[in-house]
Ligand binder design. Structure first.
Ligand SMILES: *Cc1c(COP(=O)(O)O)cnc(C)c1O
Length: 375
């Protein structure tokens, strides 16, 4: 079995360092909002190239509290994509705002910036691009539109830590950038975790209050907040792992290039594309194949842990049924949802494993194709 991600293999490579730090936290008696939290926030701000960061309990909370900090709520519209994980629009729903969907560019699976302006109304408050699969969006165009129409930008970087657009890290373009440290993310911890980055001191202070029951001073509460703190054990683990993220992301890029090479003679497998001047971090390596569901099933039967991210676009999910959005609204999103297949991808994957994945996929695609033409 070749899994889509092998967290145990990564852990084995850093086990001694991580266990030492975790034991120190356990012995310290300081478990919440301690020295690791503070140090990690500074290290993350430096890494992303922004002034401030606020450590939180999840990527979902980062999106939610970013919207709260910008006073986005009932009656407001937020322009985003339906080709993403549900947390993106869930956060918009939590604050009572309405997601407005734009279609994707089928080359990158990211928001097609050319389609944003036609969706802007007097209620639009923000644009929420998602750097899906670790591929940066075209931030030049998105920021230009935001500036022109006086809109906030919240970047969903949950799959794209360390990714760059024109030499600048994603998350540093908009008003707030949101990250997740869910175990399977490129920088994953051993539980839940998240973080928001910003250059605004006001927004930073607001999120610091919101994450801790809506008050900057203990037992004095200015507004309804939440409990969304990153615990010291997770912060300590993340501080160890942050030292490796550049190396891990570089390896993912090398593995992506190797997959591209292995698939280059197979016309039926469409490999991922990057726009110019980006450093994509391949949270997922996602191809498009015909007869995807049959191919997916066959791969699993052959021990390849391929996955479909995501099987139903968000505008057609029950959770958003009150918006009354119909099939046909987002042609590229709907079309690509039926074709995408993510292959095993993690820093520690071996060349031999990649060869096995590629060979098996090429065979499965050919078999399904001949089965379909025979019918
Ligand atoms: C993982 C993810 C989130 C949510 O992060 P959690 O830490 O699981 O809450 C949000 N958006 C995207 C695109 C994600 O991949």
């Amino acid at each position: 079995m070749i899994p889509i991600i092998d967290s145990k293999r990564q852990y084995a490579s850093i086990q001694n360092e991580v266990e030492k730090e975790v034991i120190n936290v356990m012995r310290s008696g300081s478990y919440i909002l301690g020295k690791h939290n503070k140090a990690f926030e500074q290290e993350m701000a430096d890494f992303i190239g922004v002034k401030y960061s606020v450590a939180l309990n999840s990527g979902t909370d980062a999106l939610h509290l970013a919207l709260r900090a910008l006073d986005i709520g009932a009656g407001d519209e937020v322009i985003t994509v339906a080709f993403t994980f549900v947390a993106t629009t869930e956060a918009i729903g939590i604050v009572g705002a309405t997601p407005v969907f734009v279609d994707i560019n089928p080359d990158t699976f990211n928001m097609d910036a050319n389609l944003i302006e036609e969706k802007i109304t007097p209620k639009t408050k923000a644009i929420l691009p998602v750097h899906l699969y670790g591929q940066p969006c075209d931030m030049d165009k998105i920021m230009e539109i935001a500036k022109k129409h006086n809109l906030y930008v919240i970047e969903d970087c949950c799959q794209a830590i360390g990714a760059e657009f024109k030499g600048k890290k994603v998350g540093s373009f908009g008003d707030i950038g949101c990250y997740s440290f869910y175990p399977t993310k490129n920088l994953g911890t051993m539980g839940d975790g998240g973080l928001a980055v910003t250059n605004s001191e006001t927004l930073k202070n607001r999120m610091i209050a919101l994450r801790n029951h809506g008050g900057a001073v203990r037992y004095y509460h200015d507004e309804i907040g939440v409990n969304s703190r990153l615990d010291e054990i997770q912060a300590a683990i993340l501080r160890v792992k942050l030292n490796y993220i550049n190396d891990w992301n570089k390896k993912r890029r090398e593995h992506a290039a190797f997959y591209n090479e292995l698939f280059k003679d197979c016309k039926d497998i469409e490999t991922p594309k990057e726009i110019d001047n980006v450093y994509a971090v391949y949270h997922q390596y996602t191809v498009k194949v015909p007869n995807r569901d049959e191919v997916h099933k066959m791969l699993q039967e052959n021990g390849i842990g391929a996955m479909i991210y995501y099987p139903v676009p968000l505008h057609l999910q029950k959770v958003h049924s009150h918006l009354n959005l119909k099939e046909g609204l987002l042609p590229h999103t709907e079309h690509d949802t039926k074709l995408v297949l993510s292959l095993p991808m993690f820093a520690e994957i071996t060349e031999e494993e990649q060869r096995t994945v590629a060979k098996t996929l090429i065979e499965c695609v050919a078999k399904c194709k001949s089965a379909m033409t025979a019918v």
